[in-house]
Design a protein around this ligand. Structure first.
Ligand code: FAD
Ligand code: NAD
Length: 396
């Protein structure tokens, strides 16, 4: 048939928003839309610090894709993309091949290790449902192990690399979980150490200094030790090497020091910066008018010429514009330029505590924590309406 084929790779923030908007805007038989994702569920990446620390169930951070999309309008394929072949407009899956007229790439980024020795071998990442289950079980296992080998205090030392928003949100949750674990495993809380190591001269570099100060106070009070201005140089089976060669012995290293683009993008032959493609004003890859890139694999410069940080917020907005432009292309209508509308940033510091910057105002403590809840509920509403809010929403 000559119905255009749209293939969306990845059902993360960018991919799912593109799919949902296409299913709403396209008329019957205007295009064949296929959504490909590694798992049959969408995960709410912005919640993953909680199941990682064990303060919430992994189940609450994922939603079955069949509950989100209308399978009469969109074909869902559960598979892993192994190669993108732009020359012959094909995508190679682990178990088949798809051809496309329009491609949307939204497979998300990868942890950036900066080539630090041992990092990909010995550290864990907060990245997917599978990766956070591993972190949670690993942490619990260390408490159990310690009871058999009480001289091994490194079992009770938890190193978090990077005090960006991911590292900060995770140490907040972990500090909340520790008292419960100590009780469960009969461990003296004094022996547990959470060490957040940050290379830059400040935690949350570039964020509002007053809020950063507040966050560090709250987290320090909860038992987090900060090592600021200290770079991790190596990760080993025994812990990490920092600064000038100091060793922090630890059986648990969580690497939260940034993201880069997916290796699929580099391998496809696009020109990239740290694995990201600088897309045009309509979100298309350079010299590939039929390929859109959304989310952590795209690079967009702000008016000052600096890249916008990769967030769920920008990925969602890109999804909306991307769907609009796909429909416009099919109908030979003019495309719409993408403009990021920054609604602000709110980060959790554990139960009942958060910091935020929105509408030119700063928020902290309980008010910020409520704001964070509202943002989370709003997202559930956008992708799954009231039923999803009721099933997965946390209201207190
Ligand atoms: P992702 O959401 O990463 O999704 C990618 C999808 O592609 C996944 O479903 C994955 O299974 C699938 N996939 C990957 N590889 C393949 C493959 N080869 N084949 C098939 N499918 C594949 N941002 C905010 O704006 N606000 C926040 O509060 C916030 N909190 C965060 C908290 C944490 C703990 C973390 C880690 C990140 C947070 N972020 C937040 C950042 C945000 O989560 C990311 O920027 C966002 O998820 C990027 O969306 P994406 O669409 O690029 O891809
Ligand atoms: P990031 O890049 O924002 O922060 C990584 C941190 O690690 C930086 O502060 C960096 O200086 C530090 N670092 C780098 N190398 C290091 C080393 N060798 N040793 C010690 N520290 C090192 O990454 P992230 O925190 O994972 O965030 C990724 C994206 O997701 C960002 O855009 C962020 O805004 C977004 N995010 C947002 C929220 C939120 O809004 N609540 C939460 C999590 C993530």
């Amino acid at each position: 048939s000559n119905i255009p084929k749209i293939v969306i790779l990845g059902a993360g923030y960018g991919g799912i928003l593109t799919a949902l908007r296409l299913q709403k805007e396209l008329n019957y038989n205007e295009a064949d839309v296929t959504l490909v994702n590694k798992h049959d569920y969408h995960y709410i990446t912005t919640h993953l610090h909680m199941p990682a620390a064990g303060t919430d169930k992994a189940e609450n951070a994922r939603v079955s894709i069949s509950k989100l999309i209308d399978e009469f309008k969109i074909d869902f394929v559960k598979s892993t993309v192994v190669q993108i072949r732009t020359q012959d407009k094909k995508v190679i899956l682990e178990d088949g091949t798809l051809s496309y007229d329009y491609l949307v790439i939204g497979v998300g980024g990868e942890p950036e290790t900066f080539g630090i020795p041992g990092m990909s071998e010995y550290a864990m990442n907060i990245r997917s449902i599978n990766s956070v289950r591993l972190i949670r079980e690993h942490i619990e296992y260390q408490f159990a192990r310690y009871k058999r080998e009480p001289h091994r205090t490194d079992y009770l030392t938890f190193v978090v690399g990077g005090a960006g928003f991911t590292g900060i949100e995770f140490v907040g949750e972990l500090a909340d979980r520790v008292p419960e674990l100590c009780k469960q495993f009969d461990v003296d809380p004094q022996l547990v150490r959470i060490v957040n190591v940050e290379a830059a001269p400040s935690a949350l570099p570039g964020f509002d200094p007053e809020l950063v100060e507040y966050a560090m106070q709250v987290l320090t009070k909860k038992g987090v030790t900060f090592r600021i201005g200290t770079a991790i140089k190596e990760c080993t089976p025994d812990g990490v090497i920092v600064g000038d060669g100091e060793e922090i012995r630890s059986a648990t290293v969580i690497w939260a020091a940034g993201v880069r683009g997916n290796r699929l993008i580099d391998e496809a032959g696009f020109e990239t910066m740290r694995g990201r493609v600088k897309v045009d004003e309509f979100l298309r890859a350079p010299s590939n008018e039929n390929i859109y890139i959304v989310g952590d694999n795209s690079l967009i410069l702000n008016p000052e010429g600096r890249p916008y940080p990769p967030t769920a917020q920008i990925a969602m907005q890109q999804g909306v514009t991307c769907a609009h432009n796909l429909v416009a292309s099919i109908r030979n209508q003019p495309l719409r330029k993408f403009e990021f509308k920054n609604k602000g940033t709110v980060a959790s510091l554990g139960k009942g505590e958060a910091i935020g910057l929105a509408f030119g105002k700063t928020y902290k403590g309980r008010v910020a924590a409520w704001l964070k809840k509202l943002i989370d509920l709003r997202y559930l509403f956008i992708i799954g309406g009231i039923p999803l809010v009721l099933r997965k929403g946390k209201f207190f």
